[in-house]
Design a protein around this ligand. Structure first.
Ligand code: NAD
Length: 421
């Protein structure tokens, strides 16, 4: 059971809708348009039959929710988790629309997932789930329609299977059908680290506003998967002091700073940060409440909620995960003067480099890593300044500013296109 459920806080969709309503009201958005933008364009539910290694037939529920195509094809991750729900997909798909609009790239939002526990499945079973899921949603995806990407418990290999399945059906190789692929199959240089790098770029901008130096900045990171480990590695290399890291198995804490390169090696072997000898052990929730300058949640949603928001000591919250903070917690953090870099800005580096990957695949021309990172920085710095500037001009917090900016951009595209009847 997630924290949101146990506390009867808002669901992922309800959280998105609550923020959307505040932003839409402030924008004086037309009522009909408001209704249209609040709901997804399309929701696909599939039931995936898969032969398990045991010879037993199992059926898994899968979803793909497409929120908006107003500014371009849909874009969004596919997650494998026992906690996937249609409500979660709805909320995250809409957030993808706002995220793409915040960084001003020509995509709308989507999200997909399969209700399964990857820890209990073999590689062969995961491959069969992925391929059948892809086949079930095939008519609705593709480079011009909807482009999946990795998310929780999915990775480059999953994307290679989706790309291959799609390509086999359309009878030619379509590398632009997914992003986050292996480099050898048309992936982009810099994609693997892009979300973590984006978090660092956004955090750097916040530091500038505070006049702080990286070396004097203590960082705590919850989640040590793709986003958390890459953010930790890059921030450590850039001079930040990473004093705490946690994953689902436990956490590790050292006020003098953790050796992230060693921690990455440790995790390769032990599959968790728990037990790393370079620090003291700490719980994955408890770690959020420790004294630090920057807190970077990079695990799962609703971890910062009305129960613990008052105990958060960080001055900057850089949201690597999607929806890590509930709306009631938002209000508490705002009251307490925490500078929040909202998820749709802080973790938009991944979708930005996914956009670069899609562009490169369509051109068949691949960029060096330096160019990818430089263009990512350019987009992220502009987006950060757009959001923070918008918030200052309209006297709203960064989250509502990001929503207002994004909704305004999407609404403008819809007005230009008109409503097809
Ligand atoms: P991942 O599966 O690679 O890693 C998730 C990490 O979080 C793991 O270390 C896991 O142990 C940890 N975790 C899970 N539940 C936890 C809990 N309750 N407490 C502490 N740790 C917990 O996933 P990822 O790709 O790194 O994504 C993490 C978050 O970032 C998700 O919210 C995802 O939607 C978001 N995100 C990912 C990307 C991307 O490019 N991968 C882009 C944007 C946003």
């Amino acid at each position: 059971m997630s924290v949101a459920e146990s506390e009867k806080e808002l669901s992922v969709y309800e959280s998105m809708a609550a923020r959307f309503d505040v932003a839409a009201r402030k924008l004086n958005l037309d009522e009909g348009l408001c209704h249209y933008l609040r709901m997804p364009n399309r929701e696909i539910i599939v039931h995936i039959p898969v032969m398990l290694d045991s010879g037993k037939l199992a059926v898994f529920d899968g979803y793909r929710v497409q929120h908006s195509i107003a500014r371009g094809p849909c874009k969004g991750g596919v997650r494998f988790s026992p906690h996937v729900t249609l409500d979660e997909m709805r909320g995250l798909a809409a957030e993808m629309t706002w995220k793409c609009a915040v960084v001003n790239i020509p995509f709308g939002g989507a999200k997909g997932g399969v209700v399964c526990d990857p820890a209990k499945l073999s590689q062969g079973e995961l491959e069969r789930i992925t391929r059948r899921y892809t086949a079930e949603i095939l008519d609705y995806i593709g480079p011009e329609r909807d482009v999946p990407a990795p998310d929780m418990n999915t990775n480059e290999q999953t994307m290679a299977w989706i790309m291959d399945t799609y390509s086999m059906h359309v009878r030619h190789t379509v590398t632009a059908s997914v992003t986050g692929k292996p480099l050898d199959l048309g992936g982009s240089r810099g994609r693997r680290a892009a979300t973590g790098r984006g978090c660092m770029i956004a955090t750097d901008q916040a530091l500038k506003r505070f006049g702080w130096k990286r070396e004097a900045t203590r960082v705590i990171i919850q989640g040590f998967g793709n986003v958390g480990s890459q953010a930790a590695r890059l921030m450590h290399e850039a001079g930040y002091r990473i004093i705490g890291v946690a994953d689902i198995g436990g956490g590790i804490f050292n006020t003098h700073g953790l050796d992230i390169a060693q921690l990455i090696e440790y995790v390769k072997e032990h599959r968790t940060v728990r037990g790393f000898p370079g620090g003291e052990s700490i719980g994955p929730q408890e770690i959020l409440e420790q004294d630090c300058e920057v807190l970077l949640p990079a695990a799962t949603e609703s971890v910062i909620n009305s129960k613990n928001a008052r105990k958060i000591k960080a001055r900057i919250l850089s949201e690597g995960a999607n929806s890590p903070t509930t709306p009631p917690a938002d209000d508490i953090l705002f009251e307490r003067g925490v500078f929040v870099i909202p998820d749709i800005l802080a973790n938009s580096g991944g979708v930005t480099v996914s956009y670069f990957e899609w562009v490169q695949d369509r051109q068949g021309y691949f960029w060096p890593e330096g160019m990818v990172n430089e263009r990512l920085k350019h987009i992220m710095v502009n987006a950060f300044n757009d959001v923070v500037g918008y918030g200052e001009r309209h006297n709203v917090n960064n989250r509502i500013a990001a929503y207002m900016l994004a909704i305004d951009r999407v609404a403008f595209s819809i007005k230009l296109r008109g409503i097809y009847a």
